[in-house]
Design a protein around this ligand. Structure first.
Ligand SMILES: O=C(O)COP(=O)(O)O
Ligand SMILES: [Mg+2]
Length: 220
């Protein structure tokens, strides 16, 4: 079976508001106040928790790897406790998933969020059961851009890993698909949308409505 595998943050859902709130909880605990703000810092938020901490610490001239290491678990705990206050699926995402499934594609998720958090978020947004697989940063010993989590997400969705497509929003996703030898589609509706063309994916996706047609074209 052919599969379409989705990245989560910045692709299926705009999670930037809750991610920034969790990072700011850390910065307040450090006595730095709310260092990051929405929407200016949404792009860095979608790159993951450690990136957000590093970015905020640098802005406050307090950066060290040790501080990032120390506060990453604090950030994850704060995020877990308030994961769905601001997060929303992007328009048309779930409609595209349903059209893909009707056309015979398997659908799954490959994210660099820890699996439990990704699962919790998808459940609280009411969409977890629409996806046949969910592979997170800690599901396997390796994470994106290693191709194995993408292959695993395809396999767990009942598909052939060689006949898959990754829909993402970052250079990590682009590199993952290149390492896997499969096509990638990068979405342009997120905060870093203008940077996507530079990464030369097989296709850019301006709206989810176009995805079924793109998947038909790109997956043999
Ligand atoms: O948490 C991250 O590092 C980014 O998550 P994503 O892979 O779903 O975009
Ligand atoms: Mg992403």
């Amino acid at each position: 079976m052919r599969t379409v595998i989705f990245d989560l943050d910045g692709t299926l859902a705009d999670t930037s508001g809750d991610l920034l709130a969790a990072a700011n909880a850390c910065f307040r605990q450090m006595g730095l106040g709310d260092v990051l703000s929405h929407p200016q810092d949404a792009g860095v938020a979608l790159r993951g928790g450690r990136m957000m901490l590093a970015h905020g610490l640098k802005r406050a001239n307090q950066f060290s790897e040790a501080t990032v290491d120390e506060f990453y678990p604090v950030l994850l705990a704060a995020y877990r406790d308030a994961i769905d206050l601001h997060s929303v699926m992007y328009p048309g995402a779930m409609e595209a998933v349903e059209v893909l499934k009707s056309a015979g594609f398997g659908v799954g998720i490959c994210t660099n969020k820890p699996e439990a958090l990704a699962d919790q978020l998808m459940r609280s947004l009411g969409v977890r059961d629409a996806f046949a697989s969910l592979v997170g940063a800690d599901t396997l010993p390796v994470r994106k851009p290693d191709p194995e989590p993408l292959f695993e997400a395809a396999r767990r969705a009942g598909g052939d890993p060689a006949r898959t497509l990754l829909v993402g929003d970052s250079d990590t996703d682009r590199t993952t698909s290149a390492n896997a030898g499969v096509p990638s589609v990068l979405v342009t509706f997120g905060p870093s949308g203008d940077d996507m063309a530079v990464l030369k994916p097989e296709a850019l996706l301006h709206r989810f409505e176009d995805l079924p047609e793109v998947a038909e074209r790109l997956i043999a």
